[in-house]
Design a protein around this ligand. Structure first.
Ligand SMILES: [Zn+2]
Length: 358
């Protein structure tokens, strides 16, 4: 898994190019930035902006209003007192739920884990009364608002620098927008939008932008309805999730075997170790052959080449390790760039393995 920035400007969707709407978005971002920097995380400071002209063009106000209308309709029916109390709590924390920083939003979810808002279907768990009716409301809101083309365009715009699925770092996820159709083909195609906390178990997070990430169809489908509260981490919160290890195959000294070291459940759920082992050993071996047969390495030895790459002294003006690395390893050196190209994490770990070995 590759880390994705959860910065304040990544949490507001806007469906307008109108200057005043863009100006309002900037005001909203400024408030979010301030309340996060001063450590209060008081997102309710956005409350006064909800009636500004063009507020309906911003996801945070539009979704808030829709949710509150549906909640008040639900509360007017005969629901249990405990669900009504939990719905009041959603109202109170609606800005945090919709656009709060991932870690703060997660803290709130952990606090609510015994409430009527969450049902994971795990052994011994009792399904809260009225859970289905509350879940259907959020499912409908999600279907109406987040599955349409305009939402998808604004959502994927937030992640335009991410080319590869953050969960597997294997598949490209760039959306396709064609200018015309040939016949019955689709005009657009997009990656999946993945809910970190599954919307079937945590319906109130269906429209929370911090709960959403673009992902490849493989990862979204295989993760499915796993309860991620159980030792999983979101790309928004990872620092160092896993590390690839390499060993020469005892039966074939030209072949590397790949394994994975990790503390979280993510790799198990996504079957990452087997996928990499079965599919990408060949890639690592090809990289290795390319590196050792490079003219520079041939005359200088691999050890010297790696030493030279790490040392910035020989030519401080022209020397750029990223470029050296790319010419040998065909990928990105900096961790911040890992989302740009498939297998970047695997490649960098292999580079580190060669360095440690020398
Ligand atoms: Zn993936």
């Amino acid at each position: 898994m590759i880390s994705v920035e959860n910065s304040y400007d990544k949490r507001i969707l806007i469906n307008s190019k109108n200057e005043k709407a863009i100006c309002l978005k900037e005001k909203v971002e400024k408030i979010i930035k301030e309340v996060e920097e001063d450590g209060t995380f008081d997102y309710n400071q956005l409350y006064n902006l909800r009636r500004e002209p063009y507020s309906k063009n911003l996801s945070v106000f539009a979704y808030r209003e829709m949710i509150l209308i549906e909640i008040s309709k639900l509360k007017a029916t005969t629901i249990t007192k405990s669900l009504a109390k939990d719905l009041d709590d959603i109202e109170k924390h609606i800005f945090l739920i919709l656009i709060g920083r991932f870690d703060k939003m997660k803290e709130y979810v952990i606090k609510k884990r015994k409430s009527d808002l969450i049902f994971t279907g795990e052994k011994g768990e009792r399904k809260p009364k009225n859970f289905t009716v509350y879940k259907e409301i959020f499912e409908k809101l999600y279907k109406d608002k987040l599955s349409g083309h305009s939402f998808k365009v604004s959502f994927f715009d937030l992640f335009e620098e991410i080319n590869v699925c953050p969960y597997c770092n294997r598949n490209f996820i760039n959306p396709i927008y064609k200018s015309s159709k040939i016949n019955l083909d689709n005009l657009n195609q997009s990656p999946d939008i993945e809910h970190f906390f599954p919307k079937s178990m945590y319906p109130f997070l269906s429209l929370s932008i911090s709960n959403l990430l673009p992902s490849c169809a493989f990862c979204n489908k295989i993760k499915s309805n796993f309860n991620t509260m159980n030792r999983c981490i979101s790309p928004y919160e990872i620092t160092q999730d896993f590390k690839f290890k390499f060993e020469i195959d005892p039966k074939n000294i030209n072949k590397y075997n790949i394994s994975l070291e990790t503390q979280s459940n993510n790799s198990k759920i996504l079957n990452l170790e087997n996928l990499y082992k079965d599919t990408h050993s060949k890639y690592i071996n090809e990289i290795y052959i390319d590196v050792v047969s490079h003219p520079n390495v041939f005359t200088n030895s691999l050890e010297n080449m790696l030493n030279q790459m790490e040392s910035k002294t020989p030519d401080p003006v022209n020397f750029k390790i990223e470029e050296w690395y790319k010419s040998f390893f065909r990928n990105y050196y900096e961790e911040d760039d890992f989302n740009k190209h498939p297998l970047s994490k695997l490649t960098k770990d292999f580079y580190n393995h060669l360095k440690d070995k020398k």
